[in-house]
Design a protein around this ligand. Structure first.
Ligand code: BG6
Length: 505
């Protein structure tokens, strides 16, 4: 990859893209700015068109006008007026109801017109930025309208947003439903964490450097801690969050992507199936939790009122669209073990939550301590172990912490770090995180998308937790104050094993 032009590469194939849910938040905040960035980097084919499809009444002209306003607010880099003009002239709008077959005939007509006007080569790319309950129906309607056929070398691909199911059974059912219309090679299950540069860098870091791989195992690593903490609460999404909670919202998708990329065996190539096969393998090697394990090795929490960055935050139960006696988890932590040769006996602690003390996503690899014997007759009483931190966001980089002698006549050891930070080395990226995923889909590279077995493996791991939590509703909610690091039970879970969460300051 060229460091000066992170997205430099070949132009994507010509295509007509359709965004379902075009009047929603994702379209204006992420998808259109991402298309704009791709166009500015010359990565979008000249033969490109985009059709927005939604229920809201709007004409193409109104849609274009609205997007021209929105881009001023949501662009991640300065918008070149000529590029925007080029893009917006290729954007159309079709109004319709997902349940109405005639709306899909209208869509087909518009796609045919786009093909004539913009030479999109019969390639079709559908982005389902809609509520999960519409996934199956939209895919079926597309199939019935003949829009998913791949004829004469033309592709038809579908990106499906998260959440993919709400538990194992519904994910299996959803896979079954959409596979009645689509082949697995046409399905791109998106997880926006895989659009993050730092997450993609995990593979390069592990497999592109010879010094880390030999120590990346149980012989050298004591434990791994994966944290995705957010300072935001549920904002306007109380309605959705009440049906989800932190466990479903973050663990089987985002956190398991981080875990699988950290723990997987080296794939034989960067080919989509080679990489995803290794990710799926490690997810299926996670030790199933028994109901007793769930009680001791997982922690749930819900925030009460508190202060985040000096601002008073209401308790979750007082947020908009949240039940006053809600038992929804806004925090979850767990300890997982991976049953394979590389990771036997190495706990993976993972935690995520809303309204916490700091916004940070990171993977901390804690190495084993050296034997103390050499230092026992010195003034040193404790030796800190080495730690490698992969900073995913908001700071992007990697740091390695190790002990060094503090200068002076007395033998004292201090913890120092060696840092690599993305911005200093490569400049700021100014991307939405969706560019790479949209671009890859246009090129037919599914490496950064989830395969059916990966999604199902993720749900399978958390199923026992969902079952036990459902059978035994939490009695102590709220159990952490907004602006803290979560419930004390989470600290205790590690303390019982003589460990502690890394203090993130
Ligand atoms: C989404 C979740 O998938 O990821 C949100 O639904 C969460 O609840 C978000 O806030 C976190 O994404 P990021 O990129 O801000 O870490």
């Amino acid at each position: 990859m060229n460091s000066e032009h992170p997205l430099a590469g070949q132009t994507a194939d010509p295509c007509c893209m359709v965004i379902f849910g075009a009047s929603g938040d994702l379209t204006k905040r992420k998808l259109i700015p991402a298309l704009c960035n791709l166009a500015q980097n010359n990565l979008l084919a000249r033969q490109f068109a985009m059709i927005g499809f939604a229920y809201a009444q709007m004409t193409t002209e109104e849609f274009r006008k609205q997007l021209t306003e929105d881009i001023k607010q949501f662009a991640t880099s300065p918008v070149d007026p000529a590029t925007w003009e080029w893009l917006v002239q290729r954007i159309y709008y079709v109004q319709g109801d997902f349940a109405d077959a005639s709306a899909f005939s209208k869509l087909k007509e518009q796609m045919d017109q786009c093909e004539k006007a913009h030479g999109t080569h019969g390639n079709k790319f559908f982005y389902l930025a809609v509520a999960p309950k519409f996934f199956s129906v939209v895919v079926k309607q597309l199939g019935d309208a003949g829009l998913t056929d791949e004829k004469d070398g033309h592709y038809a691909r579908v990106i499906i947003e998260k959440p993919f199911g709400r538990d194992l059974d519904s994910a299996i059912q959803l896979n079954k439903d959409i596979k009645q219309t689509l082949k697995e090679s046409q399905i791109y299950r998106i997880d926006h964490y895989l659009g993050k540069e730092t997450v993609q860098n995990l593979m390069v870091f592990r497999f592109g450097n010879s010094i880390f791989e030999p120590i990346w195992n149980r012989h050298y690593i004591d434990n791994v801690q994966i944290t995705a903490s957010e300072t935001v609460g549920v904002e306007q999404r109380g309605g959705y969050y009440e049906t989800s909670g932190a466990l479903r919202d973050m663990i089987p998708n985002h956190l398991f992507q981080l875990l699988s990329l950290t723990a997987m065996e080296p794939p034989v190539s960067f080919d989509a199936d080679a990489v995803r096969g290794k990710q799926a393998e490690v997810l299926t090697a996670i030790q199933p939790l028994s109901p007793e394990d769930v009680l001791r090795k997982s922690v749930r929490g819900q925030y009460g009122e508190g202060t985040v960055s000096g601002k008073a935050i209401p308790a979750y139960r007082h947020e908009q669209d949240v039940a006053p006696d809600s038992n929804t988890d806004t925090y979850v932590a767990m300890r997982l073990m991976i049953d394979n040769w590389r990771w036997a006996d190495v706990p993976f602690y993972i935690r995520t939550g809303k309204s916490l003390a700091k916004r940070v996503t990171e993977i901390a690899i804690q190495f084993r301590r050296t034997p103390f014997v050499l230092f026992q007759n010195t003034t040193i009483t404790d030796l800190q172990s080495n730690r490698l931190i992969i900073h995913i966001q908001p700071d992007e980089g990697i740091s390695l912490k190790f002990g060094a002698k503090i200068p002076g006549p007395v033998m004292n050891v201090g913890l120092v770090h060696m840092d690599f930070d993305y911005e200093t080395n490569f400049g700021a990226t100014h991307q939405t995180g969706y560019e790479r995923l949209i671009y890859d889909c246009m090129l037919g590279d599914a490496t950064l998308f989830q395969r059916a077995d990966m999604v199902e493996a993720g749900w399978r791991v958390i199923r026992p937790i969902m079952d036990v939590w459902k059978a035994l509703p939490a009695r102590n909610f709220p159990n952490y104050a907004a602006g803290t690091w979560g419930p004390h039970e989470s600290d205790e879970m590690l303390r019982r094993e003589g460990r502690e969460w890394r203090i993130i300051d």
